[in-house]
Design a protein around this ligand. Structure first.
Ligand code: TYD
Length: 202
């Protein structure tokens, strides 16, 4: 069976990844490839219900509980959507995945990183993205792009997002083969062509 490609997109809120995912989808589709665009949390079905809790629940949520909810969504997503699509030979473009839990729950909320890595491994049954793009922007830009209407995660505060950004920069340093760091403040067309260069080399 021909294997597809699994690419993930990461960064702090407002980093511009959604625009880039759409451009890349169009690029692949012009080449006649089948592309599945998906996201975490909440691609479909049960995941949409988990997303609703994760982004809008207004009571207390402990960091461990938050981690498990993101991980539960991921397990369902990998098993029912991502893995079958990659096995069909499709290109899966996923808006956020395992690195979000490392950056947000690990670096941001302070959950033990080894534990997060182990749980990510269980949730994905060891399936890893072929390539990951992290879009780096400063936190002032992130906050201004998010605007005033914030969801539960976006309301976590500037210090939290500084830790999340640090987390992403560390992930990029630790796994240069899989993870490619891009400047999210560059022009949209320039970022897109850098992504194409990386993918074509891959
Ligand atoms: P979303 O509206 O999809 O944000 P964005 O457009 O920035 O991707 O909201 C997802 C939020 O959930 C975002 O603030 C990041 C957060 N998140 C985690 O904290 N941990 C995770 O494992 C994932 C997948 C997302």
């Amino acid at each position: 069976m021909s294997k597809g490609l699994f690419i993930t997109f990461e960064g702090v809120d407002g980093c511009g990844k959604t625009t880039q995912i759409k451009l890349l989808k169009e690029y692949f589709e012009k080449q006649g490839k089948t592309v599945l665009l998906t996201r975490e949390p909440g691609a479909k079905g049960l995941g949409v219900k988990l997303r609703e809790i994760l982004l809008n629940y207004d009571g207390e949520v402990s960091p461990n509980c938050e981690s498990f909810l993101f991980l539960a969504d991921r397990a369902q997503h990998i098993d029912t959507i991502i893995k079958p699509a990659v096995e069909r030979g499709e290109i899966v473009l996923c808006d956020r995945h395992t690195d979000s839990t490392v950056a947000y729950q690990g670096y941001g909320r302070g959950v033990d990183l080894d534990r997060i890595n182990m749980l990510n491994d269980i949730a994905t049954s060891g399936m890893k993205p072929d390539l990951t793009f992290i879009f780096d922007i400063d936190i002032e830009t992130s906050m201004s792009r998010v605007g005033k209407e914030k969801d539960r995660m976006e309301s976590a505060g500037v210090e939290f997002f500084k830790r999340v950004r640090e987390g992403y920069l560390n992930i990029a340093k630790q796994e240069p083969q899989r993870v490619k760091l891009l400047n999210g403040s560059d022009k949209i067309e320039d970022i897109h062509s850098k992504i194409l260069d990386i993918i074509n080399k891959y």
